[in-house]
Design a binder for this molecule. Structure first.
Ligand SMILES: C[S@@+](CC[C@H](N)C(=O)[O-])C[C@H]1O[C@@H](n2cnc3c(N)ncnc32)[C@H](O)[C@@H]1O
Length: 305
C-alpha cells in the first residue's frame, strides 16, 4: 500500500507505521495524536480505514497550520509550493535563505512546506528566539511539484472531513480524550537532547509525562507510546516505569534517524509501550519485532526492569 507523505520530518514514524498499527484495535471511533508531527500514524491508519475520525495535535503551530492546509485546501498549497519551487532555480541556496527569512518574519505557514522539503534531513531547528534556523540541504532541491501535489492530494483524500487539528500542549489534549479514543503518543526523544529539545518548540519533562500516563490508566484510556530505545548497547531516553503496567514491544528500526543522529552504524531498536487497557484488547504480549524481508515476530523476554 502506497501511503502519501508530503512532509519529510526527522523522527517521523512513517517507516514503522504499519508495525505500530498492528497494536491498535481493528476499528475504533477516533485516533488521537497529541505529538502528531507529520501525523504519519494517522495517515497510515486512515489509509487502512481503521478509525472513523482523527485528532491531530502538535505544539508546533506552523506545522499544524500547514497540515490543515494540506488536508482542507490541497490545491491551494500545492500551487503555492509549485510557484516557490520553480523560483529557486537561479540560486537555490539563496532562495532558501530568502524563504526562511520571510517565514520567520511573517509566520506564513505555506512557506514552511518548502523549507521542510529543502532543509537538512527534514529536521526542524529553532534558535532561542524561536526562529527557524535550519540550513538547506545543498544536494537536494526538494520534492518535485508534481510529486508533492500527488502526496498532498493523497493525505487530503484520507483525512478531509474527519479530522480536527490543534496546537495545544499534550497535557491539554489528554484531559479531553475519552474511552472511545485510542491515543498514540510520540513525544520528542529525551536523552538525546535533554528534556528541552532544540529540534522542537518544546520538550517534555519525564516525570510529568509519567504522571499523565498514570492518570490515563486510572481513566482506562487506550494508548500506545513510542518512547525510549537503544542503538547497539546504548539506550536513549528514560524507560517508562514498571508501575504503569505497560506492555513493551520493541521495534527494530534499522539505521533510523536516531542512529544517524548518534553517528553509529548499529541498528536502532525503538520501544513501543501499550497501556493495560489496549494490551488486553489486542491480546499483546512483550515482543521483539525484527526487521526482516519477510517480517517475523520473535518472542522475547521482558528487559527485566
Ligand atoms: C518525534 S516528533 C513526532 C513525529 C511524528 N510521530 C511523525 O510521524 O511525524 C515529536 C513532536 O512532539 C511535538 N511536541 C514537543 N513538545 C510538545 C508538547 N509539550 N505538546 C505537544 N507536542 C509537543 C514536537 O513539535 C514534535 O513534532
Amino acid at each position: 500500500m502506497k501511503i502519501p507523505h508530503p512532509i519529510q520530518y526527522q523522527g517521523s514514524k512513517r517507516v514503522l507505521a504499519s508495525t505500530i498499527l498492528r497494536y491498535l484495535p481493528n476499528r475504533f471511533p477516533r485516533l488521537v495524536e497529541p505529538f502528531a508531527g507529520t501525523a504519519a500514524i494517522s495517515v497510515a491508519c486512515a489509509a487502512r480505514n481503521r478509525a472513523k475520525s482523527y485528532w491531530i495535535n502538535d505544539l508546533n503551530k506552523p506545522l499544524m497550520e500547514l497540515l490543515g492546509l494540506i488536508i482542507n485546501h490541497p490545491a491551494e498549497i500545492s500551487n503555492f509550493y509549485e510557484t516557490l519551487w520553480n523560483q529557486q532555480h537561479d540560486d537555490p541556496i539563496e532562495h532558501y535563505y530568502r524563504v526562511r527569512e520571510d517565514f520567520n518574519r511573517t509566520g506564513d505557514h505555506r512557506l514552511f512546506l518548502y523549507l521542510l522539503a529543502r532543509c537538512v534531513k527534514g529536521s526542524v531547528r529553532y534558535n532561542t528566539e524561536g526562529l527557524f534556523n535550519q540550513s538547506p540541504d545543498k544536494r537536494r532541491h526538494g520534492a518535485r511539484p508534481e510529486t508533492m501535489r500527488e502526496n498532498i492530494l493523497g493525505v487530503s483524500y484520507l483525512l478531509k472531513g474527519k479530522t480536527i487539528i490543534s496546537s495545544l500542549d499534550y497535557k491539554d489534549v489528554l484531559l479531553n480524550v475519552n474511552k472511545d479514543d485510542v491515543v498514540y503518543m510520540d513525544p520528542p526523544y529525551q536523552g538525546v537532547c535533554g528534556d528541552r529539545d532544540s529540534r522542537y518548540f518544546s520538550g517534555i519533562l519525564h516525570d510529568e509525562f509519567v504522571m499523565a500516563l498514570a492518570e490515563l490508566n486510572t481513566r482506562n484510556i487506550r494508548y500506545a507510546v513510542s518512547y525510549d530505545g537503544r542503538t547497539g548497547n546504548k539506550t536513549f531516553g528514560n524507560c517508562l516505569p514498571k508501575n504503569l503496567s505497560l506492555t513493551l514491544i520493541e521495534l527494530e528500526a534499522g539505521r533510523s534517524s536516531q542512529a544517524t543522529l548518534l553517528k553509529r552504524d548499529a541498528i536502532t531498536v525503538e520501544s513501543l509501550y501499550l497501556s493495560p487497557q489496549l494490551a488486553e484488547e489486542v491480546a499483546a504480549l512483550p515482543y521483539f519485532h525484527r526487521k526482516r524481508k519477510t517480517e517475523q515476530l520473535v518472542l522475547m523476554e521482558s528487559r527485566g526492569r
